[in-house]
Design a protein around this ligand. Structure first.
Ligand SMILES: C=C(O[C@H]1C=C[C@H](C(=O)CCC(=O)O)[C@@H](C(=O)O)[C@@H]1O)C(=O)O
Length: 269
């Protein structure tokens, strides 16, 4: 279904029944990322899947400022208000995890439980942020100058996703096909407007997260395992799981295990 939020038409899907669970995909992803989990998670949760701004079937505005991560979290708040949903369980993967952390930092009263897969609260110093802004701008320009197909060729081959090379060809093709359905304007502006360097650091907010938080990373993803360990040291109520034998996208590489871990975490009262 299409839902107008703060002047942007969002693609939103709802499944199942139970306590609301909002699912936030990663960069170049879409709500369809979570489809394999709907039959199981929909038995215990009312699932809300959305294409984030600049992704999938949600609008890709030309103004990069519209992608600001605080604006994206306000869009999510407005969506929940429109649905009459007060409090949610929130699951975010990678970029979606960055948005989930931002939402939990800005609207803590709206969160019951938080699941963060392979993500970060941001970069701690202005110098790191500025360097990353420059890096992400180069990626955005690459997208605009070479087109989305060449960009996705590059993106799917970065070291972070090396372990995905072991996936069945059919699975890799499904991921690639979904990535290619995005609007290059939306992806470029997503990098510029809500890239890891552009967002504020939410590291100092973690100490105030008074809700159960599950951190999930893949054993082969050293960078985000280290970030998760640093987050766990600050979070008052966290569980930090490292899944053996897989990389950044545990929900892809260990789908069954990921689904079970999330269900058990959400159902554990
Ligand atoms: C490569 C780095 O950062 C990027 C890695 C993951 C994030 C993401 O959402 C990828 C999702 C996917 O393609 O499966 C992305 C983001 O948070 O926007 C980061 O730019 C890195 O080394 O930090």
């Amino acid at each position: 279904m299409k839902t107008m939020i703060n002047g942007i038409q969002y693609h939103v899907e709802r499944y199942g029944s139970g306590f609301p669970l909002v699912l936030l995909h990663g960069f170049t992803g879409a709500a369809s990322t979570w489809k394999p989990f709907c039959p199981v998670w929909g038995q215990h949760s009312e699932l809300v899947l959305l294409d984030l701004i600049g992704h999938g079937e949600t609008e890709s505005p030309g103004d990069m400022k519209r992608y600001d991560i605080k604006q994206a979290t306000n869009d999510l708040k407005v969506l929940l208000d429109q649905f009459g949903i007060e409090k949610v369980d929130l699951l975010g993967y990678s970029m979606g995890g960055r948005i989930a952390i931002a939402f939990a930092s800005l609207y803590p009263g709206r969160v019951r439980k938080l699941v963060l897969e392979s993500t970060t609260p941001g970069l701690k110093t202005p110098e790191e942020r500025q360097a990353r802004i420059i890096q992400d701008e180069k990626l955005a320009v690459k997208m605009e100058e070479e087109g989305i197909e060449k960009f996705i060729d590059f993106w799917q081959s970065i070291p972070l996703f090396q372990s995905q090379q072991n996936l069945p060809e059919k699975v890799r093709e499904q991921i690639r096909s979904q990535r290619l359905k995005n609007d290059p304007v939306g992806l470029a502006n997503s990098l510029r407007g809500m890239g890891t360097g552009k967002q504020p650091s939410w590291w100092d907010a973690l100490v105030n997260f008074d809700f159960d938080t599950l951190l999930i990373t893949g054993e082969l993803d050293d960078k985000f395992c280290e970030i998760a360990a640093d987050m766990a040291a600050k979070l008052p109520k966290s569980t930090n799981l490292t899944i053996n034998g897989c990389g950044h996208a545990i929900h892809v590489e260990e789908q069954q295990k990921f689904g079970t871990i999330v269900s058990e975490f959400l159902l554990n009262t």
